[in-house]
Design a protein around this ligand. Sequence first.
Ligand SMILES: *Cc1c(COP(=O)(O)O)cnc(C)c1O
Length: 370
Amino acid sequence: MKVPILELSLQHQQLKEEIQQALDRVMNSGHFILGENVRALERDVAAYSGVKHGIGVANGSDALYLSLLACGVGEGDEVITSAFTFFATAGAIARVGAVPVFVDIDPLTFNIDPSQIEAKITAKTKAIMPVHLYGQCADQEEINRLAAHYRLEVIEDAAQAIGATFRGRKTGALGTMACFSFFPTKNLGAYGDGGMIVTERDDLADKLRTLRAHGSKPKYYHHVLGCNSRLDELQAAILNVKLPHLETWIAKRQAIARQYDVLLSEQCPEVVTPVIAPDRRHVFHQYTIRAPRRNELQAYLKENGVETMVYYPKPLHLQPVFEYLGYREGDLPETEKACGEALSLPMFPELTAEQQQYVVACIRRFYGGG
Ligand SMILES: *Cc1c(COP(=O)(O)O)cnc(C)c1O
């Protein structure tokens, strides 16, 4: 049996005709940039998140970058974040000229450990950028308490977590703003790059709309330095077809996660299954276990046709590009440990029960179970 980590073509098969028609409408209209499809998606994603504004941009990385710019974060400022995340999180901070300040993770949720944030706050700190990793929100209670106390902005990296909640509130309604990615593999994926920022704040929404168009306002007059970063109509048209299905897909991911939990706890006591904090709704962008002898397990699974991924093998504080920040191995022990243990198993709404059973049977065999 072959089990891919993700099989995007299955989703396309379900929506093929509707998507084709939506694309035809855009192509026949001749309007490709910032038109009615982008506006509709901005309105609907904002409403879905429970906030006022959505601003479509070229990708999730730019969503983070532009959010920092809109908050006035730049040269000499510090932004507190996790080192156990995709590069774009800290990359965006460095791109605006600020310094990423890394805090270790909570080993249970893989998210930033809120109890270690306060010690890293200095006079230069401007923002906290929590990452809702794998689809589960960071502990926003303590993050927001610190942000209010020290007057910091909270920019959520929600690239993996559209639809996730903390105490009933969705990502986007938890901080100053949240950034989504529509990269094809994300829970709401386009057929190319795409991203969006959502926020309740009118002033920031206005700034972001200007920044994504070279800071042009009025047209051809530039008071601030922006860039060209827009979501295009074709991608927005596809996402408008997909958004109404997002809740169904999340429910399927959650059911698959529960099934993995049951099978793994019965058959593979060696591995640690994901922990969902009681006040959160996990949307399972990834189903990530901790596994002893992880690299050997991954190789064994590959030999047996099961594709898995390591998100992430090298923490950001030890990346060569951030050497100038002066971190050393051992500075963030839980982050470094997770890099050696985390393994993401096949996870997509169309994954079958038979495929799941096969994945778990292979893991059981690897650890010497019959
Ligand atoms: C995917 C991702 C991004 C970047 O999104 P792109 O659309 O690929 O630029 C940022 N942060 C995290 C945590 C991600 O998973």
